[in-house]
Design a protein around this ligand. Structure first.
Ligand code: SF4
Length: 210
């Protein structure tokens, strides 16, 4: 897609999703990080269902350690890989308190030093918590970047680097949410809804599937 088309693409997406935001529910940066870790290979809806009860009791790192690994597991056992996620969250919380006085570093590389926090998680966190103009490449973003030839790449990192260059500055803080919402509800992995797609005229993929 050409630069001018990419701008039109995001303008149309914003019209379609006028209030783009992360669909995970959270109370503060700490609970946001917990929800993001829980959301791997799980739906936001499923995570929100599990955390609704959890966050009534736990909102801080200290409260999480008081709850403990067994206690946390009970709240999240409906989610995929809940054992690993529980372990990661407790370990991340221990390091956060010990090395960072309970405050998340506002730096992409530094954040990734926390157990269980990879590049995608760190990007989502900094974008949602503090509005940093970062784009996390999840399964939706990776698929759309390649399918629509916005930022084709073999790896998430390659796509992320290309997106940094081609997404117009004004859309960077919300590009992540727009792409995820578009991928989740319209340009799905299988059976994309081309008949109601607002960017069909810009899409190099629709021709192939019609
Ligand atoms: S036309 Fe279809 S394949 Fe292309 S962006 Fe729209 S939904 Fe996706």
């Amino acid at each position: 897609m050409k630069k001018a088309e990419i701008k039109i693409f995001f303008e149309r997406l914003l019209k379609e999703f006028p209030n783009p935001k992360c669909e995970l529910e959270f109370i503060n940066p700490y609970t946001l990080m917990v929800s993001i870790i829980l959301s791997a290979q799980a739906t936001d809806k499923g995570v929100n269902k599990a955390t609704a009860a959890l966050y009534k009791q736990v909102q801080t790192p200290e409260q999480m350690l008081a709850l403990g690994e067994d206690g946390l597991r009970e709240y999240v056992k409906s989610l995929n890989y809940y054992n690993n996620k529980t372990r990661s969250i407790i370990r991340m919380t221990e390091v956060l308190l010990k090395d960072y006085k309970g405050q998340f570093p506002k730096d992409l590389e530094e954040l990734q030093k926390l157990p269980g926090v990879g590049r995608k998680t760190a990007n989502v966190f900094l974008n949602v918590a503090y509005g940093y103009p970062l784009i996390a490449v999840d399964t939706h973003v990776f698929r759309l970047a390649n399918r629509l030839k916005i930022a084709p790449g073999q790896t998430p990192l390659e796509v992320e680097e290309k997106l940094k260059k081609v997404v117009p500055e004004e859309f960077k803080p919300i590009a992540q949410h727009l792409l995820v919402l578009f991928g989740r509800y319209i340009c799905k992995a299988t059976h994309p809804k081309c008949n109601v797609c607002p960017v069909r005229d810009l899409c190099p993929y629709s021709e192939k599937i019609l």
